[in-house]
Design a protein. Structure first.
Length: 185
């Protein structure tokens, strides 16, 4: 009987690890296992994320935020993904005012919203928006994912893709890395 319970618990753990987030389901992302990863922790020990060892990574922090900025610099800009994950000490509410502000920010940068939605990510209330435009001579897509950690803090995960090559694949890869964020506090 004890072995049976252990089997059930192990099966549930295995299945829960393989489940896609709602955002990955929305974009029909395939579950992908990434290779040769390292865990990078932000300077203020708020979160960590698993990213490829070969990517160039920069850490930043000040009184209000702590960031991990990373990208695969071995690829051309139009074939890579730029990922910026920042823990911000500020309350966030996904109300109409917040959503309107996101729309206005997009318009000020000549970006057009493709999709936005409230969801759950890392078992936390979240909101994402994906926008498209032009940056310099390149077409450009950006995804902002706001993850409410608690009443005083949120994470902003930003994925940027330049060019038209495999944009959905790169976006799905971004979701895969963002889903690997571990909250440390």
């Amino acid at each position: 009987m004890k072995a049976y319970h252990l089997f059930i618990i192990a099966s549930l753990l295995f299945l829960s690890c393989k489940q896609k987030s709602e955002i990955s389901k929305d974009f029909n992302c395939e579950t992908k296992s990434f290779q040769n990863l390292e865990t990078v922790t932000d300077v203020q020990n708020i979160f960590s994320v698993d990213i490829p060892k070969s990517w160039k990574t920069n850490l930043y922090f000040d009184d209000k935020q702590s960031s991990i900025y990373t990208a695969d610099t071995t690829k051309q800009l139009t074939k890579t993904l730029l990922l910026d994950i920042t823990a911000i000490k500020q309350n966030i509410k996904f109300d109409d005012t917040f959503k309107l502000q996101q729309e206005q920010d997009n318009l000020s940068k000549s970006l057009i919203k493709i999709k936005s939605e409230e969801t759950t990510l890392l078992n936390k209330p979240s909101y994402y928006t994906i926008s498209k435009g032009k940056k310099g001579k390149f077409t450009y897509q950006i995804c902002h994912i706001f993850i409410k950690i608690n009443e005083q803090n949120f994470i902003l995960a930003k994925a940027e893709m330049y060019g038209d090559s495999l944009v959905n694949t790169r976006l799905c890869n971004a979701f895969g890395y963002i889903e690997k964020i571990k909250l440390l506090n």
